[in-house]
Write a protein that binds this ligand. Structure first.
Ligand code: HEC
Length: 187
């Protein structure tokens, strides 16, 4: 479920995407920026996953609480000094996670690509770099995003997210993106 991309592949990908062909006049994406984004993404993901697994050990209802509160909190904690981090999806649970415009084509791209696609970095504007990592549905995710959801869990999700559109997934499905933006001027 966790896609690990080798550093070399990641960096050559960054090169590939940043106009090594020379067609793009916007500044090249620096390797350090991509590294910084991938480190941030890894930290965010590990902390969120630990919160989720701890919660699930106490029961899915606790986990929903932990996830609902901690996911936005964690995203806010990571977002400083020109850095923002978050999660988004085509089929949303929390409307606050709706994709920003730069993420929309990437969501469609990953959905079409199917499983196994790796992270990528894109230039959003002259001073902002975006980084995305695809999130795929693993077995623990099915408790709250799967096809069959326990009634108590379903009730709790519906109460908190009346417009939830993020159930009915199968293992291996593309679920959404973990994204990072880095402002190279640090603002
Ligand atoms: C205990 C229930 C639970 C489990 C298990 C769970 N999620 Fe979620 N998921 C939630 C809740 C609650 C939210 C809304 C939290 C928020 O505001 O970000 C959410 C939101 C998301 C989002 C943000 C986009 C959106 O729809 O709002 C993604 C992406 C996501 N989950 C992926 C996963 C993946 C991948 C797994 C498995 C590793 C997983 N979830 C496991 C409850 C769960």
């Amino acid at each position: 479920m966790m896609q690990r991309q080798s550093l070399a592949a990641l960096l050559s990908l960054a090169c590939l995407l940043t106009g090594c062909a020379g067609q793009d006049s916007s500044p090249e994406i620096q390797q350090e920026t991509v590294l910084q984004a991938s480190n941030l993404a890894a930290g965010f993901k590990a902390t969120l996953m630990a919160t989720l697994m701890e919660g699930l050990a106490d029961g899915p209802e606790q986990a929903i609480g932990a996830c609902a509160v901690r996911a936005p909190e964690l995203a806010a904690e990571y977002s400083r000094d020109g850095i923002r981090i978050g999660r988004t999806a085509l089929r949303l649970r929390n409307p606050a996670n709706a994709p920003e415009p730069w993420l929309e084509p990437l969501l469609e791209e990953y959905l079409a690509a199917g499983p196994g696609a790796g992270p990528q970095a894109v230039r959003i504007d002259a001073s902002t770099v975006g980084y995305v990592e695809p999130l795929y549905v693993g077995r623990p995710c099915l408790t709250c995003h799967g096809e069959i959801i326990a009634e108590e869990v379903r009730d709790q999700i519906e109460a908190a997210y009346p417009e939830d559109d993020s159930v009915g997934f199968r293992e291996g499905d593309f679920r959404g993106l973990l994204w990072v933006t880095i402002n190279e001027d640090g603002v």
